[in-house]
Design a protein around this ligand. Structure first.
Ligand code: SF4
Length: 423
């Protein structure tokens, strides 16, 4: 359950060392607050998390499930973007998927290893192949695909993006939302948002007139459908009644008011905080450090909880290490030796040095033995062997044999310092 923390003073938000002046109000277009279902759900999860993401614009770590879902959506958008048959072939659909998938590296997509990303890619191909086979007999050009609209209502500019909209005649529509996760959970608020905004959207009436030559006085959502692509199952929901929509809209306005009023107090909760990318910035998460043992709630003292916690931290560490290596490599290859570079928050000093790499361990051992150098190496580590190589009394022949097994590489040492005045 969420618990509420102490409130910051008016006009301020919690900072690491106490309350700090609030950031300017969120970006607005023509005085309107830009709003959406995902913004609302994030604010309700934790207002401070909302602030980090949408106001401070601090990017979250990439999430592999978003990357996977996006590529499936892009492929289906390609499939249905035809005004008249024929539809793209299965090969063309899979090519659209491949092209989108390859736009980002596995790390940029949020996978921890290339193998995991490759497996997901194969899953995506199978999913689309099954989808194509299952639906090809009923393919027909839809009314709208990936329809994005911004509707002004009650001081908000609300954005919805509908994966597909079908026109049912007499001003009635069906909205289809593709789901690619493990299972489908009914998200009433998302459905309400679709219904409310679609029925207020003046462009939909124009599009019906353009496409079907029918002038309608209003648009009504007859039903909404979650299409679960992995299982090919359709989950249909009838339109919500006015009472449900009314209560939902009150809730939307309440969230919007709080955002406009710069209310960003954190609401820590076990689940939300466990998966929050902003922990290191969050003053309510033990100043960005893991909680001291005595601060752990009784339940987490159990060995099972510690095991899970350890596993999660280890996974995260491996993920971060892989990203650090990749970024370090890119920085090393672009930067000049002995230079200093400044970003907006950090400065980095670059030093390059040569290093030897030995791939054939057995071969190295043999050369060391043949030339009676095994003891000199002390340890069979890179530095031990490099010591032998640098030794002045090494014979030319032994050096030659060792160098035949060595590859010279450039290593980059990067020293980063945070700029003064930044916390
Ligand atoms: S760590 Fe928890 S309290 Fe802090 S911003 Fe994230 S979700 Fe909110």
């Amino acid at each position: 359950m969420k618990k509420k923390n102490k409130e910051a003073a008016p006009g301020t938000v919690p900072g690491l060392f106490g309350d700090i002046p609030a950031a300017p109000p969120p970006a607005k277009k023509s005085g309107l607050l830009a709003f959406s279902y995902s913004k609302m759900s994030l604010y309700e999860e934790c207002p401070l998390k909302y602030k980090f993401k949408y106001i401070d614009k601090i990017k979250e770590e990439p999430k592999f499930y978003f990357a996977f879902g996006n590529s499936i959506h892009t492929a289906l958008e390609f499939l249905y973007s035809v005004k008249a048959p024929p539809f793209p072939s299965l090969e063309e659909l899979l090519e659209a998927f491949r092209t989108d998938w390859n736009r980002k590296s596995y790390l940029e997509k949020g996978y921890r290893t290339q193998q995991k990303a490759d497996r997901a890619y194969e899953d995506g191909r199978k999913m689309l192949t099954n989808y194509y086979a299952h639906n090809r007999a009923s393919f027909k050009p839809p009314f709208l695909v990936e329809y994005s609209t911004d509707v002004e209502v009650d001081g908000l500019l609300v954005r919805t993006i509908s994966d597909r909209i079908e026109y049912l005649g007499s001003g009635e529509i069906e909205i289809i939302d593709y789901k690619t996760g493990k299972n489908v959970k009914r998200q009433p608020l998302q459905l309400y948002m679709y219904q409310k905004i679609s029925e207020l959207d003046p462009r939909l009436k124009e599009k019906i007139a353009e496409t079907y030559g029918e002038r309608v006085s209003s648009v009504k959502v007859r039903q909404m459908q979650y299409y679960h692509v992995p299982t090919l199952e359709k989950h249909k929901f009838e339109r919500a009644d006015d009472k449900e929509i009314g209560a939902f809209w009150e809730r939307v306005l309440g969230v919007a008011e709080a955002i406009k009023g710069i209310k960003f107090d954190p609401t820590p909760a076990e689940q939300a905080c466990a998966w929050c990318d902003y922990k290191s910035l969050c003053p309510h998460f033990f100043g960005g450090h893991p909680p001291p043992p005595e601060a752990l709630p009784a339940s987490t003292e159990k060995i099972e909880a510690l095991v899970d916690r350890y596993g999660r931290l280890k996974e995260r560490m491996e993920e971060l290490q892989a990203q650090l290596d990749e970024v370090g490599e890119s920085l090393g290859s672009s930067a000049k030796d002995g230079s200093e570079y400044a970003g907006s928050q950090y400065t980095a000093q670059i030093k390059k040095r040569s290093k030897w790499e030995f791939k054939n361990r057995e071969g190295v051992i043999k050369v060391l033995r043949d030339f009676d150098l095994y003891q000199k190496a002390l340890t069979l580590t890179l530095s031990g062997i490099s010591t032998v190589l640098d030794s002045p009394d090494l014979t030319d022949e032994a050096r030659k044999k060792l160098l035949e097994l060595a590859v010279k590489k450039t290593a980059t040492d990067i020293k980063v310092v945070k700029k003064e005045g930044l916390i």
